[in-house]
Design a protein around this ligand. Structure first.
Ligand code: HAM
Length: 452
């Protein structure tokens, strides 16, 4: 009994902290997120992508079949569990498999093709947390499903490129083709033969991948592996006619669009469903010299069939939002600031507070950017808050004003206070705000002309 009380006491004292690998997105960071979400919505509108939302959980088997059992994501990183109905489900580690599942399940095959979809939201991977790598992170996804033409690969890359451009981030598309089930086996054999010569020097992980997934050795992060694969044979030299033609067309479209790209035979991606085009988006090296990819994608013509659908070509990309936000901050790229507030509504006394509640609604409905200090008691505290928020005017409603049918308007810059008729307060506020706006415009004009 004593022990139980002791545990209860300790539990009460315990200060909880974030689960490892997770991240709070605090109010001061929200402007970056809103800015990015806004850009994504506008790009989606421009290129006719429709938003889709899927559950965070899917059947574990869906990811096994699509992402692949021999990948890090499925082997080590999935949050998988049995629910109370004994169903094996997983928190989504990515969107593409779920989007393909939804496309098949809802018969989108019968819609005019291609179907263009985009999605935003959290994904989960139980990875080692480090800079730019979280266990819960957010992705932006754009997918074009139901069309094999290379123009779709180019359009998806264009959308990705524009996303980064509009955040003032210089990026280069690292692009490759990993062929198709017809031409890849030959290349895999050539690659295996090459790698076998260095078997004893390969890292432990790459040694294991040699027989099952040799392509992944090409993008190993281990220094020794990187040295070995430097001179490895390249898939582009082993593409079949169809894949070569497709790749050339994608590159020609990128040339036409003047999108900077670099051919990179090591971009094979960490998911098994890719065919033909694969690409990653890398920032042009910053001062810190870090080189972590911002996003990646590619074509996945075989995925629908793998999960029970009809053959359906598709291409898409995803970008991590946390990585975008941290780069925007690091490079001080401009973002849309939250709208500034014009008016603070202060009150003194219970009766004034009652009136202030409804007056706030009236001001808001009149399109005035207003905030309030309804939960605060003293006038001093409310004026301090108003100052902090940088409003132009504070409306003060006290007992006396209530009896007189007036309201006090305080100019926060000069500290001048005027009493106005309460019935005309909206008009009076609008008049003053308009005058302040005209003054600012005049000032801007003078500073644009410069000293005479
Ligand atoms: P992915 O390369 O695995 O591709 O992930 C895409 C992006 O998600 C990465 O480039 C990165 O920005 C972000 N990301 C991935 N893991 C983490 C993490 N642990 N912490 C923070 N950010 C992370 C895919 O997921 C494919 N589904 C992309 C795709 C769409 N392919 C075709 N369509």
């Amino acid at each position: 009994m004593k022990k139980e009380i002791q545990i209860k006491k300790e539990f009460k004292k315990k200060q909880f902290q974030l689960v490892r690998g997770m991240k709070d997105i605090l109010p001061e960071e929200q402007k970056y997120w809103l800015h990015i979400e806004d850009l994504v919505r506008r790009l989606a509108d421009k290129y006719s992508f429709q938003r889709i939302g899927m559950p965070i959980v899917e059947n574990t088997e869906l990811f096994k079949r699509s992402v692949g059992t021999a990948t890090d994501i499925v082997e080590k990183e999935m949050y998988s569990f049995f629910d109370k109905g004994n169903e094996n489900i997983s928190l989504r580690p990515e969107f593409t498999a779920g989007i393909a599942r939804a496309y098949i399940e809802h018969g989108m095959l019968n819609l005019p093709q291609p179907v263009k979809l985009y999605a935003l939201g959290p994904c989960f991977r139980y990875d080692k947390p480090q800079a730019g790598r979280y266990r819960q992170f957010n992705q932006i996804n754009f997918e074009i499903i139901g069309e094999a033409d290379a123009i779709c690969d180019a359009q998806v890359i264009l959308v990705a490129y524009q996303l980064y451009q509009q955040i003032n981030l210089q990026v280069v598309i690292q692009i490759n083709s990993i062929g198709c089930p017809d031409c890849r086996p030959e290349y895999e054999n050539v690659l295996k033969d090459y790698l076998k010569k260095y078997r004893s020097k390969l890292s432990e992980v790459s040694g294991k991948r040699l027989s099952k997934n040799p392509l992944r050795i090409l993008d190993s992060k281990e220094k020794d592996d990187q040295e070995i694969v430097k001179d490895a044979p390249q898939q582009v030299d082993y593409l079949c006619e169809g894949c070569r033609e497709h790749f050339i067309q994608v590159l020609e479209y990128l040339d036409e669009l003047e999108i900077p790209y670099a051919l990179n035979s090591k971009v094979v991606r960490g998911l098994d469903y890719y065919t033909r085009t694969t690409f990653e988006i890398w920032p042009v090296e910053g001062e810190d010299g870090r080189m972590v990819e911002l996003g990646g994608g590619g074509r996945y013509d075989g995925l629908a069939e793998l999960i029970g659908g009809r053959p359906t070509p598709a291409v898409g990309f995803a970008s991590g939002v946390e990585r975008l936000v941290s780069l925007i901050k690091e490079r001080k790229a401009p973002v849309k600031e939250p709208e500034s507030l014009d008016i603070f509504l202060a009150q003194l006394g219970i009766e004034a507070r009652k009136r202030a509640i409804t007056l706030f609604e009236e001001l808001y409905e009149a399109d005035i950017k207003v905030t309030e200090g309804l939960a605060r008691r003293g006038l001093k505290a409310q004026l301090e808050l108003a100052n902090k928020l940088g409003v132009k005017y504070t409306l003060i409603l006290g007992q006396k004003e209530l009896i007189d049918g007036t309201i006090m308007i305080r100019d926060m810059e000069g500290g001048i206070q005027e009493v106005v008729d309460a019935k005309k307060v909206i008009l009076e506020v609008k008049k003053r705000l308009e005058k302040a706006r005209v003054n600012v415009n005049e000032l801007n004009k003078v500073s644009a002309i410069g000293p005479t």
